[in-house]
Structure formats: structure tokens, C-alpha cells
Design a binder for this molecule. Structure first.
Ligand code: SAH
Ligand code: SF4
Ligand code: F3S
Length: 464
């Protein structure tokens, strides 16, 4: 079964780009405001929305004030992400009253859920256009429809998801470039909405990825971020693998850094760790979401590994990749989690000594398996556990960066300093922020930086 959007369909969308550009060419250049919520995957989709809009003649604004077109590219992962979108949408009501010609569109993960589109239909009549994650590449046709018919439209194509190659991209940065390698997720972690809103796992052809990376490098990219919900299952249906992809990209000419996200511990094989150890361009940062330290909860979460499996992966990384940075995601208050289960998470955090943690309180997502489980622990109690976890991590993370002091690392100069704008900033191969003295002409180049001092969120160094 092919999931690739046909060449004819892509050509049709290019025709619509031309048609919209002609309409827009008749007046003052229109302005679009695209607001992306959520993960890097969504940010990458936002770059495509902007790429198509730029070719249709739109300029861009940082705020919706006075814009001709507003698009919210939404995230559904937790309730507060959705609340933020509804808050922003509500605020647009007045703007639209002042400027009735404004077109308001909502796309992304939220609108793949029927109860959300119903709510938009009912309670947000000022929204003109709603389109799903599989319809992203049809934006030109949808905008043409809005400009010519002025009719409210909801377009959420069914199916397991598509791959659209050749969509124009307007990148946020030429230096640090995101390249999606796969879409969707098959893991169905019991708490997670992503597989429902992003469809089934599907990988881009290796050759499509390599040529996009080559183009980016030719245009001056120094950091390539490979994106997928679970990059280590890349290529399964294409008889290739994430290791193979990393080796191929690592072998391309020039000095650049390869990053990737996200990875799932269940597929983080020794072979992949060996590959990373051998590929000098690949980041020394391992973000491996563990979610919980309790075997019982991990099973309920449908994660397919236990805490001992996780420790084995961590130990092998530390053996093979000296000075690796290890970070993770943790969910507190999964339905049925007991205080004893939670203590197991704390003991895991103490054992692994993460460089940093992203911590979340469980948020029930309609339609997921976990949403139907009994959840007797109160929000206050979960809040106390959450703070307990933060305290433990703070203690573990204290002085975590001091181990870098005295070391010298290859660092890409990304811009002006985060601690002081008279300095330059970049990241070590472990993705730790480092600020250092240097001339602004070095931005975009790699330099050797010797670390002199560790703060608790960044390093201070000196070019050597
Ligand atoms: N595909 C990625 C991450 C997806 S979402 C991965 O598997 O690593 C990023 C993080 O959000 C997850 O790692 C998890 O910790 C958190 N998360 C996902 N669903 C959640 C929910 N319903 N409630 C709270 N946190 C959640
Ligand atoms: Fe969600 Fe699990 Fe897929 Fe990550 S791997 S997106 S947490 S279902
Ligand atoms: Fe959110 Fe969708 Fe990403 S739900 S986390 S934007 S894949």
C-alpha cells in the first residue's frame, strides 16, 4: 500500500499556489500569522505551511493583529496544550469583528479529534477553515477555496496518513535544519493521543531524506535534526534502519552535527548505540523517555520494557559513549499509580542521574486506553508527588555540569550569548548550552571551546 501523495496531486497543489499568488498579486501583499504549538514535528509542519504561503504571496507577522490570514497549528498531547489553543482562538473573536475579511484556520493534531472539531463548529463560529494532519499539503487548494467561495470548510481526510514530498519549506533557520524522516506512531502507549492524531508509522525514502539533507548542507546548514515520533523504528517497511540512515548522513562531506528526536527505549538497540558511538557527527545527547520507574506502571503504559531493560541501555551508552548526556521524560500520576510505584520512579531517577528531565502530570486524553482506567489519586496528591520528583531531580542535577569543566569541545557558534549578549553561544556535543567570548563573524562556524565554569543551566567557556 502506498502512502505517498501522487505526483499529479502535488502538481495540482502547485497550480493552486499559482492561482492564489495571482489573486494576492492584485492588491497590497497580504500578511499571514502562523502560530505553531507542540513538538518539533509540528514546528516542521509549520515551516511547510509557511513555505506554501510564501509562494502564494504572503508575508508574515509575529502577531495576529491586522493579519489577513491566521493559522493555528495545534497540539493535543495534554489538556493544557489544548486549553492554550482555545484561549488564543477565543481572543481572535474581537480581532475578526474588527477585520471581518480575516481568514482563520486551525490545523494540526487537535482537529483530528471529532469532539474538538464539534466544539470548534459550535463555539468558535469565527473559524473559517479546519484541516487535518493528512491535509497539510492541500493548503493551497483550501486557501483558494476561502478566497473565492468564502465558505466555512472542515477537511479532515480519513486514513492512516500520507507522505507528501516536495512541499515548499520556509525554514526558521538556515543553520539548524529540521528534516522529518518518518511520520505517525504505532506504539499506542496507553496514555498517548499521538497515534490517533498522526496515523500509522510511515518512513520517507532514504534517498528523499539524503537529498534534502544534502540540499540543506549546500545552503549552509550545520546542524541536521532528524524528526519522528520514534526515530529508531525508521525504515522498517523499507528494509533499511535508523542506524543505516545515520551512517549514510554521517558519511556526507563537511563538518556538521546530527541530532534526532524522539527515541523509544524499546527499540534502542546495542547496534544503534554502537553506530552512534562510531559516527562522530551524531550528538552525544541521548533523550530516552522512560515515563516511569515502576515495572507495573510501565506495563500498564504499554511501553514494552522494564526498569532493568532501561538500566541496561543506559549502562551500555555510558560504556560506549564517554561523556554522554542522558535526559528523559517522566509522567507522574498515571491512572492507578500508587505512591509505592512513584517511589520506584524516584529510585530510577537516583540510579540513572539524568542531566535533565521533562516532567509531566498525567493528562487524560479522550479515546486512549488509559482514559478508561480508574484514577483515584487526587490532583493535589499528584501535585505533591510531582514536586517531590522535581526536588529529587534538582539534587541529582546539582553540579551535573561541573563534569564538563576543564574539557574542550567542538561547538557550533549559533548566535549571541544566552547569559550575556556580548558573548557568543552554542552547544557542546552533549547539547549543553555554552557561552564564550568571540567575534560575531564566527556565527555559523565550529570552534573549540574550553569549559571554564559551570552554571546550573549552562556552561561558560573560552575559544582555544
Ligand atoms: N513520541 C515521543 C514523545 C511524544 S509526547 C516519545 O515517545 O518519546 C512527549 C512526552 O509527553 C512523552 O514522552 C510523555 O512523557 C508526555 N506525554 C504524552 N502523553 C501524555 C499525557 N497524556 N499526559 C501527560 N504527559 C504525556
Ligand atoms: Fe506517544 Fe508512545 Fe508514540 Fe511516543 S511512542 S508518540 S509516547 S504513543
Ligand atoms: Fe503535540 Fe501532535 Fe506533537 S499532539 S506533541 S504536536 S505530534
Amino acid at each position: 500500500m502506498t502512502t505517498k501523495v501522487s505526483a499529479e496531486e502535488m502538481a495540482l497543489q502547485r497550480d493552486f499556489i499559482q492561482k492564489v499568488a495571482e489573486i494576492n498579486g492584485k492588491g497590497a501583499p497580504p500578511v499571514a500569522h502562523v502560530h505553531t504549538f507542540g513538538c518539533q514535528q509540528n514546528v516542521s509542519d509549520g515551516e511547510k505551511l509557511k513555505g506554501m504561503l510564501a509562494e502564494m504571496g504572503y508575508g508574515f507577522s509575529e502577531t495576529p493583529d491586522g493579519a489577513d490570514l491566521v493559522i493555528f497549528n495545534t497540539c493535543a498531547v495534554r489538556e493544557n496544550a489544548e486549553d492554550r489553543v482555545f484561549g488564543n482562538l477565543g481572543a481572535l473573536k474581537h480581532e475578526k469583528a474588527r477585520n471581518p475579511k480575516m481568514i482563520i484556520g486551525v490545523c494540526g493534531c487537535m482537529v483530528q479529534q471529532a469532539h474538538i472539531t464539534e466544539k470548534i463548529k459550535r463555539s468558535f463560529p469565527h473559524v473559517d477553515l479546519v484541516f487535518g494532519t493528512n491535509a497539510l499539503h492541500t493548503l493551497p487548494q483550501l486557501i483558494y477555496g476561502q478566497l473565492t467561495e468564502h465558505k466555512r470548510k472542515f477537511f479532515i481526510p480519513e486514513g492512516d496518513g500520507v507522505i507528501a514530498e516536495g512541499v515548499p519549506v520556509r525554514r526558521e533557520s538556515a543553520l539548524k535544519v529540521s528534516v522529518p524522516i518518518m511520520y505517525g506512531c504505532n506504539n499506542f502507549c496507553s496514555y498517548c493521543i499521538v497515534p490517533y492524531v498522526r496515523g500509522r508509522e510511515r518512513s520517507r525514502e532514504l534517498s528523499d531524506i539524503i537529498s534534502e539533507v544534502k540540499d540543506a548542507l549546500k545552503n549552509g546548514a550545520k546542524e541536521i535534526l532528524l524528526l519522528g515520533q520514534n526515530v529508531n523504528s525508521y525504515g522498517k517497511e523499507l528494509n533499511t534502519s535508523f542506524s543505516e540512515l545515520l551512517r549514510r548522513i554521517n558519511a556526507l562531506d563537511g563538518e556538521f552535527k546530527i541530532c534526532y528526536m524522539s527515541s523509544h527505549p524499546k527499540d534502542f538497540s546495542d547496534e544503534l548505540i554502537d553506530t552512534i558511538a562510531e559516527c562522530g557527527k551524531v550528538t552525544r545527547h541521548f533523550h530516552l523517555p522512560v515515563q516511569s520507574g515502576s515495572d507495573r506502571v510501565l506495563k500498564e503504559m504499554n511501553r514494552y520494557y522494564g526498569r532493568e531493560d532501561y538500566f541496561k541501555i543506559i549502562d551500555y551508552i555510558r560504556e560506549k559513549v564517554p561523556n554522554a548526556a542522558i535526559t528523559s521524560d517522566i509522567i507522574v500520576g498515571f491512572p492507578g499509580e500508587t505512591y509505592e510505584d512513584f517511589q520506584e520512579t524516584l529510585s530510577l531517577v537516583e540510579r540513572v542521574k539524568f542531566d535533565s528531565l521533562f516532567t509531566f502530570i498525567y493528562s487524560s486524553r479522550k479515546g486512549t486506553k488509559a482514559a478508561s482506567l480508574p484514577d483515584p489519586i487526587s490532583a493535589e496528591e499528584k501535585g505533591r508527588w510531582f514536586r517531590e520528583l522535581l526536588d529529587v531531580q534538582e539534587k541529582m542535577g546539582e553540579n551535573a555540569y561541573s563534569r564538563y569543566v576543564g574539557g574542550t569541545f567542538r561547538v557550533l557558534c549559533e548566535g549571541v550569548g544566552r547569559t550575556d549578549s556580548a558573548l557568543l553561544t552554542g552547544k557542546t556535543p552533549q547539547d549543553v548550552i555554552v557561552d564564550f567570548e568571540g567575534d560575531k563573524s564566527l556565527i555559523g562556524q565550529f570552534v573549540n571551546v574550553k569549559i571554564e565554569k559551570a552554571l546550573n543551566w549552562a556552561l561558560i567557556g573560552k575559544i582555544v
